[in-house]
Design a protein around this ligand. Structure first.
Ligand code: NAP
Ligand code: HSE
Length: 426
């Protein structure tokens, strides 16, 4: 029996998925026993040429996927909050399993959509929403369902990792690296979501929700992007034995859950320091299982389509067997730890006047805030000097208070750079 698939979106991910479903139909059937038939494809612009896709199945009405009785499964790969949200909800309510790659939508409306799927008794699958081609949603919701996860660290945005490693390792400029990431199909339609950290924050919300069962809305996640990182930072990082990465950090603490996304300096021997280009990696620490590392292609049409196709096959099998139970994703609101209370370490690069007493004023700013200094390195340049500092661990609020005092000191010309350091203290 053929299973009709409706796909909303035929861009980077949808285009790769369509190619696989249309060109590899027979191979998939031999491998899985499933006859997956693309019945409808919804796009925004009907005038675009779409070689290989039969013209009579293309529509610009996304809701036609819900009303068409020949569409059994709905795939949403168009992105954005609307009309994607309306399509997903209406499909679930119509009893149609939904597969989506849309982390922005899941992060914004996860609990509501999981409940709608449970009410309808149909699956809502979103393996591609985090980590592109890396299997991470299934491991978290199935294999690790009984594990107490304590910590999740992830490089979860391919575009920014591509930009950071192109700049650091190949000396490519920021704009040039971003343009290449767009050309290669890694970036979001609006790449601001990538470089601002918003895309990583959406993924961090999903990872934290599945790992801890506590839903942290993206607007409760402290988020910083990579736009302020400069070549001077890469040079300092190298001198100090660090690399710079955009990291999502989710932790379970006695007082609640903490989730944050920001650039970090990582020691070169940290497992995530070796992750380059559009590769993503997610490190999980569980109280019983210990440490796990999931790594692979985190962005791009083909790897992402592999994850979507896997979900399509899973949903089709459930559909055929009649066992259309929603995945047991249960999330609750919970205590979110204020970012100011989270322990952090900072790397700072200051331009200061090179005169007697400067260092003692700077040391006092840290001492008064209750932050101790781990490393101080000075490079003189005549009347002024560059000062590189690495603090010891202290609450984020104390680190910020110290930096605010520094900025107000007459001897500090500029705080040229402030990046957190993510490493175990010796
Ligand atoms: P894309 O290349 O911009 O493709 C978007 C597709 O959706 C296009 O075919 C577009 O139609 C269609 N579309 C947009 N708005 C529509 C509307 N209102 N009605 C009907 N069709 C509409 O985007 P993408 O990179 O494939 O990303 C799609 C989704 O996958 C997003 O949620 C993204 O976050 C997620 N994702 C992407 C990647 C990646 O590496 N690219 C990885 C993981 C997840 P036209 O063709 O007519 O413009
Ligand atoms: N724009 C995203 C990234 C796509 O660069 O990681 C994968 O979710």
């Amino acid at each position: 029996m053929a299973i009709g698939i409706g796909i909303a979106g035929a861009g980077t991910v949808g285009g790769s998925l369509l190619r696989r479903l249309l060109e590899e139909h027979a191979v998939i059937e031999v491998k899985t026993g499933l006859d997956l038939e693309v019945r409808r494809v919804a796009v925004r612009d009907l005038s675009k040429s779409r070689p290989g896709i039969p013209a009579d199945i293309i529509t610009d009405d996304v809701m036609a996927l819900v009303s068409d009785p020949e569409v059994a499964l709905v795939v949403e790969v168009m992105g954005g909050l609307e009309p994607a949200g309306e399509l997903v909800l209406a499909s679930l309510r119509a009893g149609k399993p939904v597969i989506t790659a849309n982390k922005e939508l899941i992060a914004a409306r996860g609990p509501e959509l999981f409940a709608a799927a449970a009410d309808a008794g149909v699956p809502l699958l979103f393996e591609a929403a985090v980590g592109g081609g890396i299997p991470i949603i299934r491991p978290l919701t199935e294999t690790l369902a009984g594990e107490q996860v304590d910590r999740v660290l992830g490089i979860v945005n391919g575009t920014t990792n591509y930009i950071l490693t192109s700049m650091a390792d190949d000396g490519v400029g920021y704009q040039e690296a971003l343009a290449a990431a767009q050309r290669l199909g890694y970036a979001e339609p609006d790449p601001t979501a990538d470089v601002s950290g918003a895309d990583a924050a959406a993924k961090a919300a999903i990872l934290a929700g599945l790992a801890f069962g506590i839903w942290v809305a993206p607007d409760r996640i402290h988020t910083e992007g990579i736009t302020d990182i400069t070549f001077a930072d890469f040079k300092s990082a190298k001198q100090l034995g660090f690399v710079i990465r955009l990291l999502a950090v989710a932790e379970r603490r006695p007082d609640g859950v903490s989730v944050r996304v920001h650039p970090v300096m990582l020691p070169v021997d940290h497992p995530l320091a070796a992750i380059r280009g559009a590769t993503n990696a997610i490190y999980i620490k569980g109280s019983s299982v210990g440490e796990l590392l999931f790594a692979g292609p985190g962005a791009g049409g083909e790897p992402t389509a592999t994850a979507v196709l896997g979900d399509v096959i899973d949903a089709a099998r459930k559909y055929l067997s009649g066992s259309q139970v929603a995945p047991a994703i249960k999330v609750e609101p919970g205590d979110v730890v204020d970012f100011g209370k989270v322990d952090t370490r900072w790397y700072l690069r200051l331009e200061v006047t090179d005169s007697p007493g400067v260092l003692s004023q700077i040391a006092s700013a840290f001492a008064d805030a209750g932050v101790s200094l781990g490393l101080v390195r000075q490079e003189g340049r005549g009347d002024s000097a560059t000062l590189v500092l690495v603090t010891h661990t202290a609450p984020e609020a104390a680190q910020q208070a110290a930096v605010a005092t520094l900025r107000a000191l007459g001897v500090v010309e500029t705080v040229a750079s402030a990046i957190r350091v993510e490493s175990e203290e010796a």
